[in-house]
Design a binder for this molecule. Structure first.
Ligand SMILES: [Zn+2]
Length: 58
């Protein structure tokens, strides 16, 4: 099952839509801003994973 969330980059202000995956195992990873490559979100040993889907539709 997946859900979506939005995250705004602290560095450049770009807002990304992130897809949240509920995993069956624990994962450690991070997602970078697609514009400036600043870390948008990171997680450690959580049963969750994120990836950037794109920008919110306006
Ligand atoms: Zn950025």
């Amino acid at each position: 099952m997946t859900t979506e969330t939005t995250k705004t980059c602290k560095k450049c202000g770009h807002t990304s839509v992130l897809v949240v995956w509920q995993l069956g195992h624990k994962d450690t990873d991070s997602v970078a801003c697609p514009k400036c490559h600043e870390i948008l979100i990171e997680w450690k040993k959580e049963p969750i994973s994120y990836f950037v889907k794109g920008s919110p539709k306006s």
